[in-house]
Design a protein around this ligand. Sequence first.
Ligand SMILES: O=C(O)COP(=O)(O)O
Length: 253
Amino acid sequence: MCTKQQHPAWQGIHPSTSGVLFDLDGTLIDSALDLATAVNHMRATFDLPAVEVAQVRLWVGEGAWILVQRALQDLYLHQLDNLLNSQVWDTNKLAQGEYLLPRDDARIQTGYQAFIQAYQETKGKHVRLYPGAQALLQQLYKLDIKLALVTNKPERFLASLLAQAQIDTYFTCVLGGDTLAQGKPHPLPLLTACERLQVEPQKSLMIGDSRQDILAARAASITCVAVTYGYHQNQDLRALGADYLVDSLTQLL
Ligand SMILES: O=C(O)COP(=O)(O)O
């Protein structure tokens, strides 16, 4: 699917675009295997069974804390089960990770530390770029379009991960989920990126895969291109407000 033809002025990236903000996980890189390895390492420390990579894909996108909270929801369910003496859990909600233990629960704090350490140890070993990612960044860079990376992934992982994926030289501005006081879907990181790139939001484009990217772009009045292959938790990207949908970044070349 590609709806870019519906936009009369589209020639690759819109000609008046002077800045492009990229999401990372599920848009430029597929990091699900490393994330799943770290999640399962963390789950093992709680004697919880391993989960599939496909499951972890559904849990990614709102930063490491929410990922950990989702990945430890079984602890909460068992606790509730004991209290309520058996409960039928909504499997959809389970798959989407909606039963969140609060962040201040000591188990979440412990789990977070275990996850961060295990993820660090993966060294981004299984990270792979999605088709067209390298070529698109290169093309935009050559056109002198300013580029920013705006992710909810913790900042500490970004430098090595971008270097590992060989895309570290393109970005004028890199913002992690904990770089500023708010992460996506708040508009702050997108507006901050525009400010640092010295481009107007109206002349910028956000390219992302998830609800957080689309909502943040809408809140910042930035046109949003959503990729359909990422970690979007089975949500309807068009209904969320994406301006354009593409099945591959190669469609933007
Ligand atoms: O939640 C994450 O860690 C990934 O975040 P991103 O999709 O904003 O890159």
